[in-house]
Write a protein that binds this ligand. Structure first.
Ligand SMILES: NC(=O)C1=CN([C@@H]2O[C@H](COP(=O)(O)OP(=O)(O)OC[C@H]3O[C@@H](n4cnc5c(N)ncnc54)[C@H](O)[C@@H]3O)[C@@H](O)[C@H]2O)C=CC1
Ligand SMILES: O=C(CO)COP(=O)(O)O
Length: 336
């Protein structure tokens, strides 16, 4: 059994810490706040997230970062925009060269980089893996059947994380396509915001299905430019996660979109949610990145303009529907 630290005691960090504890590992759950860590240790539940669901007794919470960094295995469950600052602080505190498994799904605004790039910038050549796929914390904490993928350039490392996380109701596949898994997990959040807006507008099921399919086309187009394998994006980390995020009532990104579609301001929608909706930030990074690597991301552009440029949803819809008519597949993909 392994000693592992989970950084971030939001809903995903809490659910995964508990799962690793149930698998018999000795888990340290790092929380930002001392009162939260105390409450978890005393009550066996997280007072702020997933209330009513007991956390495995193999999990010890702490807000003392110097304790948490001693583990050789780190699971990073923080919002993407916080990861660079967090790693910069902790890198100065320890000489441990950890095995990192990132479970956040986003792209950093200031670097247009996925989390592997952030980790490389701050920690250099450290072992990096990413776990992603359709997996809402609210269902994982109840041990409902879930399948995900863990990707690493080193297949033995991917297999080590696979063995640690797997349990009968949490099936973990391995992959070597780190970029594919990261792009799938990050961009689907933006499409889910669009799905929430479309739902709030009452556009119907046909429109939602079109949005999801054309959203996948954007994910694949961007993924291809970034070196992702298109088949990864047809799998759990792409289509699988896109479906659950666009259709599940648990989804934070969908709920943010619903609030925006009902006329709430971004500030109101974010504060009502009280949890991170990564798509709201990733869309900014994609706006930058899109200009550099992939010009045609019309749904991403529409979400950006609705969130940050006061574009009315009805106008965004018209812009999307009235674009030039074209083949479904771009010429370079028509052989497929
Ligand atoms: N909630 C879910 O079901 C899933 C979430 N994810 C991903 O996991 C990541 C975390 O998501 P959630 O746990 O849902 O978020 P959350 O909003 O529930 O929790 C985020 C946690 O990070 C902490 N935090 C925020 N800023 C921080 C900073 N600057 N320094 C240190 N700690 C900070 C917060 O205090 C909170 O404990 C996101 O990238 C999300 O997309 C992935 C799969 C499932
Ligand atoms: O990634 C997730 C499920 O796989 C969580 O999505 P939300 O952040 O939209 O809830």
């Amino acid at each position: 059994m392994e000693n592992v630290s989970v950084f971030g005691a939001g809903s995903w960090g809490t659910a995964l810490a508990s799962l690793l504890g149930q698998n018999g590992h000795n888990v340290t759950l790092w929380c930002r706040r001392a009162d939260q860590a105390r409450a978890i240790n005393v009550t066996g539940e997280n007072p702020n997230y997933l209330r009513g669901h007991p956390i495995s007794s193999n999990v010890t919470a702490t807000n003392k970062i110097e304790e948490a960094v001693r583990s050789p295995l780190w699971v990073i469950a923080l919002p993407t925009q916080a990861i660079r600052g967090f790693l910069t602080d902790v890198a100065q505190m320890t000489s441990v060269r950890p095995y990192i498994c990132n479970v956040a799904k986003g792209i950093e605004i200031k670097s247009s980089s996925t989390v592997s790039g952030i980790v490389r910038d701050v920690m250099g050549d450290v072992s990096y893996s990413v776990l992603s796929g359709p997996s809402h914390a609210e269902e994982v904490i109840q041990d409902l059947p879930t399948a995900v993928v863990v990707a690493s350039l080193n297949c033995e490392v991917a297999e080590r994380w696979q063995a640690m996380f797997s349990r009968p109701n949490f099936r973990v596949y391995t992959s070597s396509d780190v970029m594919g898994v990261e792009i799938g997990g990050a961009v689907k959040n933006v499409i889910a915001i669009a799905a929430g807006i479309a739902k709030a507008m009452g556009l119907g099921d046909n429109a939602l299905a079109a949005l999801v399919s054309r959203g996948l086309a954007e994910i694949m187009r961007l993924g291809a430019k970034m070196g992702a394998n298109p088949l990864t994006l047809a799998g759990l980390a792409g289509v699988g996660d896109l479906i659950v995020t666009c259709f599940s009532a648990h989804s934070r990104n969908l709920r943010l979109g619903l609030a925006i579609g009902k006329g709430k301001s971004m500030a109101e929608a974010i504060s009502e949610l009280g949890q991170v909706a990564e798509g709201a930030y990733t869309v900014k990074a994609l706006k930058e990145m899109g200009r550099k690597v992939c010009e045609e991301l019309p749904i991403v552009d529409a979400v950006y303009d609705m969130l940050y440029n006061d574009l009315a949803p009805e106008e965004a819809l018209n812009t999307l529907l009235l674009r030039d008519l074209k083949p479904e597949l771009p010429p370079a993909m028509q052989w497929m």
